[in-house]
Design a protein. Structure first.
Length: 141
C-alpha cells in the first residue's frame, strides 16, 4: 500500500487497474492532493480491516475494477454499510466499473478510457467527489 502522510483520497484497486491508480495518484499529488493507493489483491474474502481503515481515514474512497455493477465495489459498499462506516457521512465513496453496455472493440487503452477506468478518468472522479470541487475551488491542469 502506498500511503503518504495526510492522504485525503484512497484508491482501492482490484485487478489490473492498479497501474492507472498509481498514475492518477501522481497527477493528483502534483496538485497537492495526497492519495493512498491500495491493492485489494482479491475480491473474496474482503480485507475488511484495510477497507474500514481506508474509509475511516480518508475523505474519499474510490474502488476500481474491471468488473460490472454489482461486483467488488458493491461488496465494499455493503461492508461499509453493514459496519456503520458510512453513518457519520465523513467518507464519500465512488465505484468505478466497466459499463453495463456493449463496448465496441478497440485498443485496450481506448476501451478503458471510454469505460472511465484510465488515470485521467480516475482524476476527474476524484475532482468531482472532493468537497472543494463542489464549492468550485479545486483546479487541476
Amino acid at each position: 500500500m502506498r500511503r503518504p502522510e495526510g492522504a485525503r483520497v484512497a484508491l482501492l484497486s482490484l485487478g489490473t487497474r492498479l497501474g492507472e491508480a498509481l498514475k492518477a495518484a501522481d497527477l493528483l499529488e502534483t496538485a497537492g492532493i495526497a492519495v493512498t493507493v491500495a491493492d485489494a489483491r482479491f475480491a473474496k474474502p474482503l480485507d475488511e480491516a484495510m477497507i474500514l481503515d481506508l474509509a475511516a481515514s480518508h475523505e474519499v474512497l474510490i474502488t476500481l475494477e474491471e468488473g460490472s455493477v454489482g461486483g467488488f465495489g458493491a461488496m465494499v459498499l455493503h461492508l461499509l454499510s453493514e459496519k456503520g462506516a458510512l453513518d457519520a457521512g465523513r467518507v464519500r465513496v465512488r465505484t468505478l466499473t466497466l459499463p453495463d453496455t456493449y463496448q465496441d472493440h478497440n485498443s485496450p487503452d481506448t476501451m478503458y478510457a471510454e469505460a472511465g477506468l484510465d488515470a485521467d478518468s480516475i482524476v476527474r472522479t476524484v475532482q468531482a467527489t472532493l468537497p472543494e470541487q463542489k464549492a468550485g475551488r479545486l483546479r487541476l491542469a
